[in-house]
Design a protein. Sequence first.
Lengths: 95, 414
Amino acid sequence: MNRMEIVNPVARVSEGEKAASGKGVASLQGLTVGLLDNGMPHAGDFLSHVGEALSERYGAKLFVRKKGFTARSAGKDMLDEIAGSCQVAVTGFGI
Amino acid sequence: MVVGKGFETAARSFARAYRSPLLRLLLVDDTVAHQGGESLIRIARQGIEAIAAEWRGGAGETPVPTNGAGIEPVLTVPVDFAEANQFLLEKGMTDGLPVLLPTREAVARFVAASNRRGEEVIARLMPRMADITVEAIAANAVMAGCTPAMMPILITMVQAMEAEEYSINHVVTTAHTLFPIVVVNGPIAREVGMSDGRDLSAKGWRANATIGRAVRLIMFNCIGDLENRGATCQGHFAKYFDALTENVEMSPWEPLHVERGYQETDSVVTVFTAEPIHMVDDHSALTAQGILGTFGTVIACSGTRPMFGKAQHMLIFGPSHANKVSQGGFDKRLVRDFIYEVYRVPVHMYPPEARERWSPWKQMFYGVNSMENATIPVVEDKEDLIIVVHGGAGPNSLFAPGVYNHRSVTRKVE
């Protein structure tokens, strides 16, 4: 067989943290929904409409936060705040 | 997560990087950013049922395989060069051009040239958070056509990209047409044969081109998502780039690394994220102000990313322009002062909708009750005008717009 070995140029992800655990929800009634504005144009407007509809239709409470810069993480503090205050969350990517 | 359709693979990559198993995606048309009013409301409300259904399903832990787990350290490829390249191309491991094959022997030579162990992890960068080892950098450097002596430059570049202010995850995943400019200063530039812009021979171009190519391959194979080469609006265009070093001999000013506090004899790498470069063409000005005016009219426009937030620009002076400007009494500080003070963008040049995207600084100074003929400087801080001298004979220079919220990062080669 005319084949040869080369070093794989693709970097590997080492064994590391386990996948974060979490559960779905049986109902949205009375839940607190996090809305994370990713800073893209009109993202805030879009999420506000999402939040309104979730609140009207499912009685969800809203918890709104906005990132400083679209392409950077919201930061541990903000993410911890959302995780600690909400059961589910909505954000945007690429829009 | 509400995701534009062109960004689905990138979104899943981030979810894997964060080990997030319960990421539900709602795909929407990429043009939702240009929607408003009733159209936006309709899209949002249509998505509610899908969002709610996703949340109600899938209770329990959902382990997610990490992106890159199970990648073997060695690949088996056809011996035939063309077939091997086709194999790698189909795996998404190349930039579309033929690559040299990273054999064990070749990679070992490159690792040895780094004076480090191959398994040493230089960095882990978003989005994939893979182990960017010396060996991985070496394999991509071989593929790019680099020489082993270039390894310290590439390692230092990866280290520089780790700085938070560089925003590497945006560079790798964005749809924007941007790319890293790598500036190499100091003795190592000459040692590896980099061109300061004067060379018209391929020999002079090789180092610049292969370093730049290695940057891109490292971004593909070591940083970015394996399934997503960047959801760019304009595909590959302007994504083939090279590195540069300054023409120190013909420059009237101190080089970038000295300006940033390093010794002239230090070898230093700077990474800067740029939009596509524009030529600055001035064949006739007899004064420094005339040449700077030509620069200014190229820079002072309202359609580049820096106009919306704090960003740096890179002014790449050809030696002819640099010396004329210097002879007119301008050092780098005065060049910055002149561009900042004289060449500004009138408020009325911005469409009203574009002003909604202005940075907080611009909003504060020019957003409320601003006169339409008020003028806005091209950068928020004068120091954000980065000046280098590169090139040979001829009355031309280059302007590389930066990207807001991206900062250049400089590191010494160790």
